[in-house]
Design a protein around this ligand. Structure first.
Ligand code: TYM
Length: 333
């Protein structure tokens, strides 16, 4: 199993935690797991190198704070494992220009800055993501809904490569937990919570203080009417709050609805504000502790990269062999 989350903001947000990290942690007992920080992906949009370096450490600390256990899962930085980029180049040869052009995330992201300002890297981003997955022969890829199309492309590339050059890759499946696959922005419950949102008023950052987070929850945009029930179509705002409440307290949505049935939206928001506040407070103090010992983070990431390469190196060798590349032989051998 493999997954990653981009270090493109100062902190991950509650959507990353609920949609992805919770699944990562739940699955690490059952699967051989590889979790990584895609720094190579992060440079496909304009960025500041010093910030990227810091964000990479924060990303590692937050993944650990979320419960990724480095004794069970390999946790590493993408650029430490050169086979990702090497495999991406090979996969580029079996990717159609048209199919890459259909990736909705590229269309959305490039539309934001004007298509002319988008980098070639942003365009080929999904091919690198396919390499991330295939280089580990992953069976499952736990992600949120927004990554479904990229995993679908990955499957197509794996099948195509296998068909043309012989069985080389495991064809992976996305692991998407429907109930939590898309957490919405608290200020706009029709769009997903996203680190790149212009305003973070509706985004709970995992680095928020308890006070900031509780305030964001209390100011959440809710729906017309007054009844508290779970109905994502008619009541997207309240349903989103109920989903978050349910995940963070391990209580069922039905149970929460029963508790709040006779109360007003405000009561639900105050109660959830406290829950979210407590959560980010604990998460933040754990993250800060981890960030104090950079040497230990470096050690964990180096060990993770070494474990990752144990799988990535032989996969790339098999791919090169299937591709018809002459293996390098030392002179005189
Ligand atoms: P990224 O960095 O945008 O997001 C990391 C993970 O968080 C999930 N997610 C959400 N889930 C629920 N609700 C939300 N509002 C929400 N926002 C984000 C994402 O679906 C993702 O699972 N391209 C990937 C990173 C990547 C990757 C990979 C993932 C690179 N290589 C290989 C898996 C496998 C991305 O940009 O995710």
């Amino acid at each position: 199993m493999l997954s990653g989350a981009q270090p493109t903001a100062d902190s991950y947000h509650l959507g990353n935690y609920i949609g992805a990290f919770r699944q990562w942690v739940a699955l690490q007992d059952e699967f051989e797991a590889f979790y990584f920080i895609p720094d190579l992906h992060a440079i496909t949009v304009e960025y500041d190198p010093a910030l990227l370096r810091e964000r990479t450490y924060v990303a590692a600390a937050q993944m650990l704070a979320a419960g990724v256990d480095p004794s069970r899962s390999a946790l590493f930085v993408q650029s430490h494992v050169p086979e990702h980029a090497q495999l991406a180049w090979v996969l580029g040869g079996v990717t159609g220009f048209g199919e890459a052009s259909r990736m909705t995330q590229f269309k959305d992201k490039s539309a934001r800055g004007g298509q002319d300002s988008a980098s070639v890297g942003l365009f080929t981003y999904p091919i690198l993501m396919a390499a991330d997955i295939l280089v580990y022969q992953a069976d499952k890829v736990p992600v949120g809904e927004d990554q479904r199309q990229h995993v679908e492309l990955t499957r197509n590339l794996a099948q195509r490569f296998n068909h043309r050059f012989g069985e080389t890759f495991t064809v992976p499946e996305a692991h998407i937990v429907r109930a939590t696959a898309k957490i919405y922005d608290l200020q706009d419950p029709t769009s997903k919570m996203s680190g790149s949102s212009a305003s973070h008023a509706g985004v709970i950052d995992l680095s928020d203080t308890a006070k900031q987070a509780a305030k964001k929850v209390r100011s959440a945009v809710t729906d017309s009417g007054a009844e508290i029930r779970f109905d994502p179509e008619q009541k997207p705002g309240i349903s989103n709050l109920l989903t978050i409440f349910s995940v963070l307290t391990d209580r069922s949505v039905d149970d929460l609805v029963a508790e709040f049935a006779d109360q007003q939206y405000g009561h639900l928001k105050v109660a959830l504000g406290e829950v979210v506040g407590d959560f980010v407070q604990q998460f933040g103090s754990r993250t800060r502790e981890l960030l104090e010992d950079r040497g230990e983070l470096d050690r964990i990431l180096a060990e993770g990269a070494a474990r990752a390469r144990e799988v990535a190196v032989p996969t790339l060798a098999a791919v090169y062999e299937a591709s018809g590349f002459v293996a390098p032989r030392p002179a005189g051998a």
